[in-house]
Design a protein around this ligand. Sequence first.
Ligand code: ADP
Length: 226
Amino acid sequence: MIIARNLHKKYGNLEVLKGVSLHIKKGEVVSIVGPSGAGKTTLLQLIGTLDKPCNDNYELYINQTNLKNLSDKELSRFRNRQIGFIFQFHQLLPEFTALENVAIPAYIAGMSKTEADQKALKLLQLLGLTERIQHKPGKLSGGEQQRVAVARALINEPAVIMADEPSGNLDSENAKQLHKLFFELRDRFNQTFVIVTHNEELADMSDRKLYMKDGLIYDTEKAYEL
Ligand code: ADP
């Protein structure tokens, strides 16, 4: 599903990623853990095509598409259809309703308004938000806002959902519910997730933990502690 080899990234003289490689299978829930500043968000942005490595001799494939060969326009299109994002601060558009927030990526992908709205409605119902579809984000609780963000991430049936500290801004009960939802979506849709998290409970639930430290990935906690 995702194959990345030899990703390097520098900000000025600071080498944030020092040749990271990873392989994530369809339907896997993989968490990326490690101390602040390890390069976790930078890595997620590179595999999420929001940013590019600084070296030429890297490889990056999602769903058999070689992302290195795509123009910026093609990459935007790929991102819209194949990658769903969930951020710590949900990043919903405040002036739009929950339904519109969920439907917007489908409008962008070219789906008709009627079809997109129906699909958004179904997803919001699935996530227990039937009573909230006409609310704007400001009128929703933190947990509800994050579930709307999950529905938005799902609407184009992406190959992978990438989440950066998705429960970082939630209380423990809402965090638990959100984590449970990720695994329900994996079981129901075989949805692949890559999640950067400091939440140990979520990391422990995931199929695989990748430990990051100083710009490198380790498969085991032991190596990461070295
Ligand atoms: P993590 O997610 O593990 O906390 P990040 O990937 O956010 O780590 O950051 C890794 C390092 O890169 C940090 O030292 C951070 O300050 C630096 N960094 C991240 N983004 C930028 C940027 N846009 N410009 C300069 N430095 C950055």
